[in-house]
Design a protein around this ligand. Sequence first.
Ligand SMILES: C[S@@+](CC[C@H](N)C(=O)[O-])C[C@H]1O[C@@H](n2cnc3c(N)ncnc32)[C@H](O)[C@@H]1O
Length: 278
Amino acid sequence: MEEDGHYRPEIKAHSLEKIRRHNFYSALFSKSMRKKWANRVYIGLYAGAGRALIQPGSELVETSAVSVFRQEVPFTKYIFVDSDRRCIDALRARIDAIPAAFDVTLIHKEVNCAVPDIVRAMPRFSPATGEGMISLCFVDPFRVDLNFEVIRQLSRYTMDFLVMLPLGYDLRRNLRHYLTADVDNRVAALIDSPNWREEWRKSREPDRHFVRFILKKFDKKMETLGYRQRKWEDTVTVKVTGMGVYLYSLAFYSKHELGEQFWKTTIAGTEPQYDLGL
Ligand SMILES: C[S@@+](CC[C@H](N)C(=O)[O-])C[C@H]1O[C@@H](n2cnc3c(N)ncnc32)[C@H](O)[C@@H]1O
């Protein structure tokens, strides 16, 4: 891929796995839902610039916010949120350069403050027309800084969530900090559990089970919103390329069995990494 003169952050090779899984699922979702749902909304939280440079090696690749436009059946509306002005400007330029017209809203904001903007951008339609609306939200933060309230509010729509949980990147590396620094409430906000430290201590689990503990808490919270109980083996675990070091988990949540089946198809169709490995 040639440089286009717009901002492109640097990423590591392991990010490609996440992008591949995302591309497969979003294409399957929109294609399969086309007949039943006239309105299909894609939301990209922590959207990025649409292109990135893989380091080491300097290969230029398309990232999720642009690759989602390459699929056979497009969504009918796209909403992206990123707090970095350079990402928003570059993404706008790249979407404008695609030779087709799409309905796109770009929101330059912190994700945790962006729900009112997202709601304003969501299509208005009358259920009386029998049209219906279904959405897919890809949540892709660098660090643990997502407030669960964002998910809670968006879950009022018919919406599936594909969530990247950077539990190795950030949490496992900084475990002592998170466990001792009562001032840091990011984990509490992510899993919506102010008393998580107490629960963790009571569990008497070894540190190596911490990621699983947080992931299970997140799953339970999703279940309180009506999402199906996720099968543990459906977690995609991403590790440092060529090494066994855990980086993050990619978890999918749907209220419908069909969504779960699509995710299984995605995992099978985007091998090689499919394991529990936590
Ligand atoms: C992991 S990257 C996104 C990668 C992209 N989704 C992809 O497919 O490669 C995270 C993005 O989140 C943005 N970001 C970081 N903190 C944010 C926040 N609190 N609110 C909104 N965007 C944020 C960064 O500017 C960056 O573009």
